[in-house]
Unconditional design. Sequence first.
Length: 358
Amino acid sequence: MSDLENYTKAELGNLLKKLRISFASKTTKKALISKIEQFVTENPDQYDFVQAFLKDGGDVEVVELEEEEEEVVKQQEEEEQDDEQEDDDDEEGDEDDDEEEGDDDEDEEEEGEEIDEEEDDEENDKDYEAPPPLNLKEWVVDPIIAKSENIIDKFYQFTDNVGITYLHESEKLRDQLSSTVTLNYATILVEFLIFIYNFVKVVPLNENNLVHQIFHDNLPFVSSSEFPTLEITGLFDYKSIVTFSIWLSTSVLIPLVISYFVNFTSRVIEIEDDEYLFRVYSFDPFIFSLSKVLTYYFIGQSILIEFATKECIISSLFNKALINLGLYHTFAASLGNLPYILGGVNVLIALYAQFEEY
């Protein structure tokens, strides 16, 4: 019952009086607390009464023990006291004077120690400061500190995850950009963007043929808006379809087929005295770039070929192919020498990469 320290000496004395426990007026607060704790230990059923008495200021009535038990206890105590007195009377006649003097000295020493303890207890009572009724540090400051530490830990954990992810992704991007296959993909992407630029126009919203007339009739905003939009209807024209087909065949499909069958990326590895042959790439990047440049060159030279003059199906198909190649030459003119430059760079890089250690 450590909370007894919070009550005054007067309140504790009233409690002892209510419990019919004798004590002296000079008894210290510490001794009063000891008597109360001893009473609660011997009578645990009176614990709730002690708590209620101290909180309510003495308005609770004590729960008395059964009368019969008290009478039996009193009779036993009286009989024991009578027996002790008779024994003491018999022994007193036989005790020496020296023992009486020793007892007196011990009593004086004990009284001196009790006086010192009483003085110390009185000083402790004066120095004791009861805690405030509302502990702001426990209820306000400590939760704020704990919450802030939790937030800081989560922030550090987040930054660690971001840093690890950044390093992992940057290393992965570095490996991909350092590959000759990635350079070939980049070349194809550049040519495709130029194709989109030639056949997709930027027009106002009210002039975009992709927007149906029903929207112009029912939505005034659409019919009057000049917001720039992409008109992709040009991608479905005959010219754009033919151009895309020829570009896809000559710049992607034909180089892929050639680089698949003509592949110099094979390596020999040894595993436990056994040699194995494997290919680093399914499509040789060097052969792909070289065949792409050569194909673009031969297609560009087709403009020098004359039309067939004979009247037959083969001549008709031949002339139709030349016409379609002429449509492709319009797109090739916009490319200019870019395929030669990009292709030549890729050939040199792929040739250098052939000496890479795997």
